[in-house]
Design a protein around this ligand. Structure first.
Ligand code: 7RM
Length: 656
């Protein structure tokens, strides 16, 4: 399909990669899928400290949806990520915090981290948080957010981190769904020199209605004045100072929950994806080691937000479980200028750098001079995640950032998979721009014919992507809704885990991910459901119906186009209304969900039975007006001309 890039020379020495040839990868992969129990039992003993050994390596299957790994085993995530390294390498830097202002750098050793985690764990205990309790974390990208997560795991509590870009409404929904009693937050966030009123958003969420929250722990970050509610709000620093820097870890069962993370599906309500402790932690660590070829002296940086799964697995759990130095980046790719990423790499001598295609495209556009003036020679592996990376951006990343001497790892995975499932291995896999290449150990991907579910054998096939066997880090359930878990992932193609993505296996066996086949939109790697955005739009009392579809955008990959019809009585100024609708979505979901375009139309394309034909809308926004296809089932074909006219008028206005 496209040209093949051999493994760069640089990868083969200093240090030698763990897997140095493609044959070695194939042999190990085969072993991992032929004898998964042996393979992962051995790995689990090697990577993790167990307080009590496991007996049953794997149990359950996709048909019954009762997957379990390392049963009877007991361990503690905080012990595995902090204590054992604090004993072995107390002065090694665990976290390099690169603050929003590049001058603000904080280095936290494993020993410091242990003490901070212990103190906050004791604070949580003093508030009666116990094993199995859910704690909401709504924080900016500061080390205290990682401390809060680890403090929960230390006492067996379950964290649910909510991305700080979510609005008060979204935060409220998550607080209610997981029945949290405690929220951990900060006074303000800071990104790209702008301030985010984090604590105020928490207050707004908590004032919305009924919930169980009776304690809010507030970390001072910018030091701005915030309102503290009496008998509810507590300062992090005051509590922490008064707490003992020692707190024993609570061993939990391998299948006890480690965290919940809400993610968008194809309905209006986000689901709380639940990950358990043993399997998740194991593969978080293994994938960092193999896919980033992580070695003990490395400085590893992932620019994701802790509020998304990539932050959980590849800033916190994976690197810290291996005792690595992990960079926590608070800022944006272009603040104070477009050299920010590369200055950071240069400053800390970063060896692995992991970011999103949307950031790569934005920086590519701004010109090569920003990257050329920085010394990037420390880099060995550069990664991409969150959406398909277009070959142009891939090549720019490879050539300009990697100087054709780094491995580009295009890593495919999902909130639900817990860790990377398809990716090259730096020292072993020849790459192709735009391809996530081959499965990680233990993963058996299949491409299915979408309607029949038949397995498409051999190469040169396109269909939907599924996985045939359970793997340790997969999500176990949707919080309080196991039916939804079954319906979304395990029922569509019985016997398989369904990813929701389309994929092609080319003639050389390389896997290319083609994007979502369900109603999920991926804007800059942020997952949104069309139904969620539609529900937000119809909250506006002028709107009668809304249909949301994905368009293409050079920068963000996909973007949101919304079509709305109004109630007959509405006389509002259309310009004004559109502004209100954009605001409505920002308020209901969060600023990152802002539609790119809203069209107020007379009617939506529908079938005679009243189903909205989103396919027709997709063709219109993607300028395929002549390829609308079969319209014979439509209630009113005439509407198409009207929709095209509205679309053209909108674009003409934008150009003006
Ligand atoms: C890690 C993450 C998951 C969805 C997934 C895909 C898309 C992620 C890639 C990708 C093509 C990639 N979790 N996706 N990585 N598509 N190539 N390397 O992003 O739950 O937020 O999103 O993202 O559609 O289903 S997520």
């Amino acid at each position: 399909m496209s040209e093949l890039y051999p493994v760069p020379e640089r990868l083969l020495k200093d240090p030698k990669p763990y897997i140095a040839t493609f044959d070695e990868y194939k042999k190990l992969w085969q072993e991992s899928v032929d004898k998964p129990a042996e393979f992962f039992a051995k790995a689990a003993k090697e990577y993790l400290h167990w307080d009590k050994p496991f007996q049953t390596t794997m149990a359950g299957d996709f048909l019954s949806g009762n997957i379990a790994w390392f049963l009877e085993g007991e361990l503690n995530a905080s012990y595995n990520c902090v204590d054992r390294h604090a004993f072995a390498t107390p002065d090694k830097v665990a976290i390099i915090h690169e603050g929003d202002d590049p001058k603000d750098v904080r280095k936290i050793t494993y020993n410091d981290l242990l003490q901070q985690v212990c103190r906050i764990a004791n604070v949580l205990k003093s508030l009666d948080v116990r094993k199995g309790d859910n704690v909401i974390i709504y924080m900016p990208m500061i080390p205290e957010a990682m401390v809060a997560m680890l403090a929960c795991t230390r006492i067996g509590a379950v964290h649910s981190v909510v991305f700080a870009g979510f609005s008060a409404d979204s935060l409220y929904d998550r607080i209610v769904d997981c029945e949290a009693r405690v929220v951990i937050t900060a006074d303000e966030g800071k990104r790209g020199g702008k301030f985010v009123a984090t604590k105020r958003i928490v207050d707004e969420a908590l004032s919305k209605g009924i919930h169980a929250v009776d304690r809010v722990i507030v970390c001072k970050h910018t030091g701005t004045d915030v309102a503290m509610t009496l008998n509810r709000d507590l300062w992090w620093h005051e509590q922490s100072e008064n707490a003992r820097p020692f707190c024993p870890t609570v061993p939990v069962n391998a299948e006890d929950p480690l965290f919940l993370l809400y993610t968008s599906g194809s309905t209006g309500t986000p689901k709380g994806v639940l990950h358990t402790t043993g399997g998740y932690l194991l593969e978080a660590a293994m994938t960092v080691k193999y896919i980033f070829d992580y070695h003990p002296e490395d400085i590893y940086a992932c620019t994701a937000d802790l509020g998304w799964i990539t932050g959980h697995t590849y800033i916190l759990y994976g690197p810290l479980c291996l005792g690595a130095t992990t960079v926590l980046f608070e800022s944006t790719p272009t603040y104070p200028d477009p050299s920010r990423f590369w200055n950071m790499v240069d400053k800390h001598k970063v060896t692995q750098f992991y970011t999103a295609p949307t950031a790569i495209r934005a920086l590519q556009r701004l010109g090569d001079e920003w990257v050329e003036k920085c010394d990037l020679s420390s880099l060995r592996v550069i990664g991409s995640v969150g959406e398909p990376i277009n070959p142009e951006a891939w090549k720019w990343y490879y050539e300009k950032v990697g100087h054709s001497q780094c491995a580009v790892v295009d890593t495919y995975w999902q909130t639900e998979t817990g860790s990377i499932v398809i990716s090259p291995l730096p020292g072993a896999t020849p790459t192709k721009p735009g391809s996530a290449t081959f499965p990680f150990f233990g993963i058996q991907p299949v491409i299915l014919e979408p309607t029949t579910g038949e397995v498409l054998q051999g190469n040169g096939v396109t269909g939907v992507l599924a996985i045939s066997k359970p793997w340790p880090s997969m999500a176990r359930t949707v919080y309080n809704n196991h039916y939804r878990y079954m319906d979304t992932y395990l029922k569509p193609y019985p016997g398989y885990y369904f990813t929701g993505d389309g994929a092609t296996r080319d003639n050389d066996g390389y896997i290319f991910i083609n994007g979502r086949v369900d109603d999920v939109i991926n804007v800059s790697g942020h997952r949104l459901s069309t139904a969620e955005i539609e529900s937000a739009l119809i909250l506006n009392s002028d709107v009668s119906e809304a249909a949301v579809i994905a368009g293409f955008d050079d920068l963000t990959g996909q973007c949101i186009h919304a079509f709305c019809t109004l109630k007959p009585s509405v006389t509002s100024d259309p310009e004004q209304l559109m502004k209100e609708l954009v605001l409505q979505v920002r308020k209901t979901i969060g600023p990152f969900a802002k539609p790119k375009a809203i069209y107020v139309v007379m009617d939506l394309p529908k079938t005679r039975s009243g189903k909205i034909l989103r396919r027709v809308l997709r063709k219109i926004v993607n300028n395929e007006h002549d390829q609308i296809g079969d319209t014979s089932t439509m209630a009113d074909e005439g509407i198409i001309h009207h929709l095209i006219a509205m679309f053209n008028r909108h674009n003409a206005n934008i150009r003006k």
